[in-house]
Design a protein around this ligand. Sequence first.
Ligand code: SF4
Ligand code: SF4
Length: 214
Amino acid sequence: MIVTRKKDVETVKKHASKARKVIIVGCSECAAICRTGGSEQVREMAEAFSDREVLATISIESPCDKRISTRDFKRIEEELADADALIALTCGSGAQAISEVTGKRVVAALDTDFVGMVERLGRFYERCSHCGECILNETALLCPVTLCPKGVRNGPCDGIKGTACEVYEDRECVWHAIHSRLTERGELEAFTVYHAPVDWSECHSPKEAVWERS
Ligand code: SF4
Ligand code: SF4
């Protein structure tokens, strides 16, 4: 899930200062779960823009999916034609997708933080930095690229303090945790596997995944 944070409302309004007629766009998937772009936040943003004309509010199931955005914007075609700007309570991908499908000025109202694992509402944790060369099978399913603050792929680093991380002393070094888990599993030989640095020539932004339909 994409974890987002609300931008300050005054900052959002400043970016939309030239827009007199706006549409507030929410996301009923990730941003709704984060309580940054659900129906309640859409309503709050509409109130914040009460000094302008709010032509419509809309919650799109996955605004980052251009097929779904295209379909859902058909419900407010007239308002869309009239709008000066769309206020996007979505992640950065969603904001760009709705810009592309509508051709309208879009103001991003959220900051996009990370791809998160959900424990429960309000508890989201980064577990993968999408490095593109996954080593989880050799690290007992603990990601050192993400869980180590230095992203060390062959650890631990020199700074390890006993079993604790030198950066976060209240946390176990992920490489110690990997060693323990591999030991429990009887898979300690995996600890000696050397992980080559990520080939950044093959792993850089913008990434694309394109395949032909079978
Ligand atoms: S190694 Fe870590 S950052 Fe890379 S793909 Fe696997 S889980 Fe994600
Ligand atoms: S002590 Fe472990 S988790 Fe902390 S920075 Fe070093 S290798 Fe990474």
